[in-house]
Design a protein around this ligand. Structure first.
Ligand SMILES: [Zn+2]
Length: 284
Protein backbone atom coordinates (compact mmCIF):
# COMPACT_ATOMS: atom_id res chain seq x y z
CA UNK A 1 0.00 0.00 0.00
CA UNK A 2 1.19 3.52 -0.80
CA UNK A 3 2.71 5.36 2.14
CA UNK A 4 1.06 8.50 3.51
CA UNK A 5 3.07 10.17 6.22
CA UNK A 6 2.70 13.78 7.31
CA UNK A 7 5.76 15.37 8.88
CA UNK A 8 5.20 18.43 11.08
CA UNK A 9 8.27 20.36 12.18
CA UNK A 10 7.29 22.47 15.19
CA UNK A 11 9.39 25.06 16.98
CA UNK A 12 8.57 26.39 20.45
CA UNK A 13 9.98 29.92 20.39
CA UNK A 14 10.21 30.24 24.18
CA UNK A 15 13.22 32.59 24.14
CA UNK A 16 13.54 34.37 27.50
CA UNK A 17 10.06 33.41 28.75
CA UNK A 18 10.99 29.86 29.81
CA UNK A 19 13.94 31.00 31.96
CA UNK A 20 12.04 33.67 33.87
CA UNK A 21 8.91 31.49 33.87
CA UNK A 22 9.37 27.77 34.56
CA UNK A 23 12.92 28.15 35.89
CA UNK A 24 12.43 31.43 37.82
CA UNK A 25 15.94 32.42 36.67
CA UNK A 26 16.77 36.07 36.12
CA UNK A 27 20.58 36.17 36.02
CA UNK A 28 22.07 37.69 32.86
CA UNK A 29 23.55 34.27 32.05
CA UNK A 30 20.15 32.57 32.19
CA UNK A 31 18.51 35.32 30.18
CA UNK A 32 21.22 35.06 27.52
CA UNK A 33 20.31 31.42 26.93
CA UNK A 34 16.89 32.67 25.90
CA UNK A 35 18.40 35.41 23.73
CA UNK A 36 20.17 32.73 21.71
CA UNK A 37 16.72 31.64 20.46
CA UNK A 38 16.76 34.56 18.03
CA UNK A 39 20.07 33.38 16.55
CA UNK A 40 18.73 29.85 16.28
CA UNK A 41 15.46 31.04 14.72
CA UNK A 42 17.35 32.89 11.99
CA UNK A 43 19.33 29.76 11.11
CA UNK A 44 16.20 27.60 11.09
CA UNK A 45 14.30 30.02 8.85
CA UNK A 46 17.17 29.85 6.35
CA UNK A 47 17.10 26.05 6.39
CA UNK A 48 13.30 25.89 6.01
CA UNK A 49 13.47 28.32 3.08
CA UNK A 50 16.11 26.18 1.40
CA UNK A 51 14.06 23.01 1.94
CA UNK A 52 10.82 24.77 0.95
CA UNK A 53 9.15 23.27 4.03
CA UNK A 54 6.23 24.84 5.93
CA UNK A 55 6.42 24.61 9.72
CA UNK A 56 4.58 25.64 12.88
CA UNK A 57 5.98 27.94 15.55
CA UNK A 58 4.38 27.96 19.00
CA UNK A 59 5.14 31.41 20.34
CA UNK A 60 4.51 32.66 23.88
CA UNK A 61 2.91 36.12 23.98
CA UNK A 62 5.97 37.19 26.01
CA UNK A 63 8.24 36.34 23.06
CA UNK A 64 5.95 38.15 20.58
CA UNK A 65 6.11 41.30 22.71
CA UNK A 66 9.87 40.99 23.37
CA UNK A 67 10.93 40.14 19.80
CA UNK A 68 8.12 41.46 17.58
CA UNK A 69 10.32 41.74 14.49
CA UNK A 70 11.66 38.18 14.72
CA UNK A 71 8.16 36.78 15.26
CA UNK A 72 6.67 38.85 12.43
CA UNK A 73 9.41 37.56 10.11
CA UNK A 74 8.46 33.95 10.86
CA UNK A 75 4.81 34.65 10.01
CA UNK A 76 5.79 36.63 6.91
CA UNK A 77 7.82 33.64 5.67
CA UNK A 78 4.56 31.66 5.58
CA UNK A 79 4.94 29.59 8.74
CA UNK A 80 2.02 28.94 11.06
CA UNK A 81 2.02 30.74 14.42
CA UNK A 82 0.48 28.77 17.30
CA UNK A 83 -0.56 29.77 20.82
CA UNK A 84 1.96 28.91 23.58
CA UNK A 85 0.54 30.89 26.51
CA UNK A 86 1.83 34.30 27.53
CA UNK A 87 3.92 33.50 30.59
CA UNK A 88 5.85 30.25 30.19
CA UNK A 89 4.91 28.72 33.54
CA UNK A 90 2.16 26.99 35.49
CA UNK A 91 -0.52 29.45 36.43
CA UNK A 92 -2.51 29.53 39.64
CA UNK A 93 -6.14 30.61 39.57
CA UNK A 94 -8.68 30.14 36.74
CA UNK A 95 -8.82 33.92 36.36
CA UNK A 96 -5.04 34.07 35.94
CA UNK A 97 -5.17 31.37 33.28
CA UNK A 98 -7.97 33.09 31.33
CA UNK A 99 -6.11 36.41 31.45
CA UNK A 100 -2.87 34.79 30.27
CA UNK A 101 -4.66 32.97 27.42
CA UNK A 102 -6.42 36.10 26.16
CA UNK A 103 -3.34 38.32 26.47
CA UNK A 104 -1.32 35.86 24.40
CA UNK A 105 -3.92 35.84 21.61
CA UNK A 106 -3.94 39.65 21.56
CA UNK A 107 -0.11 39.83 21.35
CA UNK A 108 0.19 37.18 18.64
CA UNK A 109 -2.57 38.73 16.54
CA UNK A 110 -1.08 42.20 16.89
CA UNK A 111 2.46 41.12 15.96
CA UNK A 112 1.73 38.55 13.21
CA UNK A 113 -1.70 39.49 11.86
CA UNK A 114 -2.76 35.84 12.39
CA UNK A 115 -5.12 34.52 15.04
CA UNK A 116 -3.71 31.20 16.26
CA UNK A 117 -5.71 28.07 15.36
CA UNK A 118 -3.77 25.72 17.62
CA UNK A 119 -2.29 25.53 21.09
CA UNK A 120 0.65 23.89 22.82
CA UNK A 121 0.85 24.16 26.58
CA UNK A 122 4.11 25.59 27.99
CA UNK A 123 6.16 22.64 29.33
CA UNK A 124 3.23 20.25 28.63
CA UNK A 125 1.41 21.64 31.66
CA UNK A 126 -2.14 21.40 30.30
CA UNK A 127 -4.90 21.75 32.91
CA UNK A 128 -8.59 20.76 32.62
CA UNK A 129 -9.32 24.50 32.52
CA UNK A 130 -7.05 24.98 29.50
CA UNK A 131 -9.06 22.44 27.53
CA UNK A 132 -12.25 24.33 28.37
CA UNK A 133 -10.60 27.55 27.18
CA UNK A 134 -9.70 25.88 23.89
CA UNK A 135 -13.32 24.79 23.43
CA UNK A 136 -14.68 28.23 24.29
CA UNK A 137 -12.29 29.91 21.84
CA UNK A 138 -13.17 27.45 19.07
CA UNK A 139 -9.54 26.39 18.66
CA UNK A 140 -8.88 23.75 16.02
CA UNK A 141 -6.24 21.68 17.78
CA UNK A 142 -4.01 21.11 20.79
CA UNK A 143 -0.54 19.55 20.89
CA UNK A 144 0.29 18.90 24.55
CA UNK A 145 -0.83 15.32 25.23
CA UNK A 146 0.52 11.81 24.74
CA UNK A 147 -2.56 9.55 24.46
CA UNK A 148 -1.37 8.29 21.08
CA UNK A 149 1.79 8.80 19.06
CA UNK A 150 1.26 9.09 15.30
CA UNK A 151 -2.54 9.17 15.19
CA UNK A 152 -4.51 12.29 16.14
CA UNK A 153 -7.58 11.98 18.37
CA UNK A 154 -10.21 14.22 19.92
CA UNK A 155 -9.61 15.89 23.32
CA UNK A 156 -12.04 15.32 26.21
CA UNK A 157 -13.37 17.67 28.85
CA UNK A 158 -14.85 16.67 32.20
CA UNK A 159 -12.57 13.73 33.06
CA UNK A 160 -12.58 12.64 36.70
CA UNK A 161 -9.77 10.73 38.39
CA UNK A 162 -10.93 9.11 41.65
CA UNK A 163 -8.23 6.94 43.19
CA UNK A 164 -10.56 4.36 44.73
CA UNK A 165 -12.59 3.55 41.61
CA UNK A 166 -12.14 3.44 37.85
CA UNK A 167 -11.13 6.53 35.89
CA UNK A 168 -14.14 8.41 34.51
CA UNK A 169 -13.71 9.54 30.91
CA UNK A 170 -15.32 12.89 30.07
CA UNK A 171 -17.00 14.05 26.88
CA UNK A 172 -15.22 14.19 23.54
CA UNK A 173 -14.82 17.64 22.02
CA UNK A 174 -14.15 18.75 18.44
CA UNK A 175 -10.57 19.76 19.33
CA UNK A 176 -8.03 17.63 17.51
CA UNK A 177 -5.09 16.40 19.57
CA UNK A 178 -1.88 16.24 17.53
CA UNK A 179 0.20 14.25 20.00
CA UNK A 180 3.37 15.52 21.63
CA UNK A 181 6.05 13.37 23.26
CA UNK A 182 9.18 14.17 25.24
CA UNK A 183 11.03 11.57 23.15
CA UNK A 184 10.62 13.71 20.03
CA UNK A 185 11.49 16.95 21.86
CA UNK A 186 14.97 18.47 21.89
CA UNK A 187 14.88 20.34 25.20
CA UNK A 188 15.19 17.46 27.67
CA UNK A 189 17.82 15.76 25.53
CA UNK A 190 20.06 18.74 24.99
CA UNK A 191 19.54 21.49 27.58
CA UNK A 192 21.73 21.31 30.68
CA UNK A 193 19.52 22.69 33.46
CA UNK A 194 19.86 22.63 37.22
CA UNK A 195 17.29 23.80 39.72
CA UNK A 196 16.61 23.31 43.42
CA UNK A 197 14.55 20.27 42.42
CA UNK A 198 17.29 18.50 40.46
CA UNK A 199 19.54 18.42 37.42
CA UNK A 200 18.78 17.60 33.81
CA UNK A 201 22.18 16.64 32.38
CA UNK A 202 21.18 17.34 28.74
CA UNK A 203 24.00 17.88 26.21
CA UNK A 204 23.28 14.47 24.62
CA UNK A 205 25.33 13.39 21.62
CA UNK A 206 23.28 14.24 18.52
CA UNK A 207 23.95 10.71 17.20
CA UNK A 208 21.99 9.30 20.15
CA UNK A 209 19.03 11.62 19.52
CA UNK A 210 19.20 10.85 15.79
CA UNK A 211 18.73 7.19 16.68
CA UNK A 212 15.59 8.02 18.71
CA UNK A 213 14.07 10.47 16.24
CA UNK A 214 14.86 8.43 13.11
CA UNK A 215 13.76 5.26 14.89
CA UNK A 216 10.29 6.68 15.51
CA UNK A 217 10.05 7.90 11.92
CA UNK A 218 11.16 4.51 10.56
CA UNK A 219 8.61 2.65 12.71
CA UNK A 220 5.84 4.95 11.47
CA UNK A 221 6.94 4.78 7.84
CA UNK A 222 7.96 1.11 7.57
CA UNK A 223 5.48 -0.58 9.92
CA UNK A 224 2.41 1.66 10.05
CA UNK A 225 2.70 3.33 6.65
CA UNK A 226 0.40 6.24 7.55
CA UNK A 227 0.28 8.85 10.29
CA UNK A 228 1.72 12.10 11.59
CA UNK A 229 5.34 12.49 12.68
CA UNK A 230 5.61 15.56 14.91
CA UNK A 231 8.96 16.92 16.09
CA UNK A 232 9.09 19.53 18.86
CA UNK A 233 12.17 21.73 18.78
CA UNK A 234 13.33 24.95 20.43
CA UNK A 235 15.41 27.44 18.41
CA UNK A 236 17.63 28.11 21.46
CA UNK A 237 18.35 24.38 21.68
CA UNK A 238 18.31 22.85 18.19
CA UNK A 239 19.94 26.05 16.86
CA UNK A 240 23.45 24.99 18.04
CA UNK A 241 25.75 23.83 15.23
CA UNK A 242 26.14 20.13 15.99
CA UNK A 243 22.37 19.76 16.48
CA UNK A 244 21.53 21.54 13.22
CA UNK A 245 23.83 19.13 11.41
CA UNK A 246 21.87 16.26 13.00
CA UNK A 247 18.58 17.84 11.90
CA UNK A 248 19.93 18.17 8.35
CA UNK A 249 20.87 14.49 8.39
CA UNK A 250 17.42 13.53 9.64
CA UNK A 251 15.72 15.67 7.00
CA UNK A 252 17.85 14.03 4.28
CA UNK A 253 16.63 10.66 5.57
CA UNK A 254 12.95 11.69 5.71
CA UNK A 255 12.90 13.61 2.45
CA UNK A 256 14.33 10.63 0.55
CA UNK A 257 11.12 8.64 1.23
CA UNK A 258 8.12 8.57 -1.12
CA UNK A 259 4.73 9.48 0.26
CA UNK A 260 6.02 12.00 2.82
CA UNK A 261 4.34 15.44 2.99
CA UNK A 262 5.56 18.29 5.18
CA UNK A 263 2.58 20.07 6.69
CA UNK A 264 1.73 22.74 9.22
CA UNK A 265 -0.06 21.47 12.31
CA UNK A 266 -3.14 23.37 11.21
CA UNK A 267 -3.26 21.52 7.88
CA UNK A 268 -2.62 18.16 9.57
CA UNK A 269 -5.47 18.83 12.04
CA UNK A 270 -7.85 19.89 9.26
CA UNK A 271 -6.99 16.77 7.27
CA UNK A 272 -7.76 14.55 10.26
CA UNK A 273 -11.00 16.38 11.03
CA UNK A 274 -12.22 16.04 7.46
CA UNK A 275 -11.36 12.34 7.31
CA UNK A 276 -12.85 11.60 10.74
CA UNK A 277 -15.38 14.27 11.78
CA UNK A 278 -15.94 14.48 15.53
CA UNK A 279 -18.79 12.32 16.82
CA UNK A 280 -19.61 14.83 19.53
CA UNK A 281 -18.75 18.45 19.93
CA UNK A 282 -19.00 18.97 23.67
CA UNK A 283 -19.64 22.48 24.85
CA UNK A 284 -18.41 23.68 28.19
ZN1 LIG B 1 7.76 26.20 25.47
Amino acid sequence: MAKKVNVCLTFDFDAISVWIGNFHATSPSAISRGEFAVVGARRLLDMLREWKIPSTWFVPGHTADTYPEAVAQIAAAGHEIGHHGYRHERLGSPEEEIRDFDTAIASLTRVTGQTPAGYRSPAAGLTPRTLELLVNHGMLYDSSMMGDDFTPYYCRVGDQAPKDSAFIFGRETAIVELPFTWGLDDFVAFEHVWTRNGINPGIAAPSRIYEVWAGDFDYLYDRLGAGNYILTMHPQCIGRGHRLLMLERLMDHIRSRDGVAFKTMRDAALEFKQARPPAHAARV
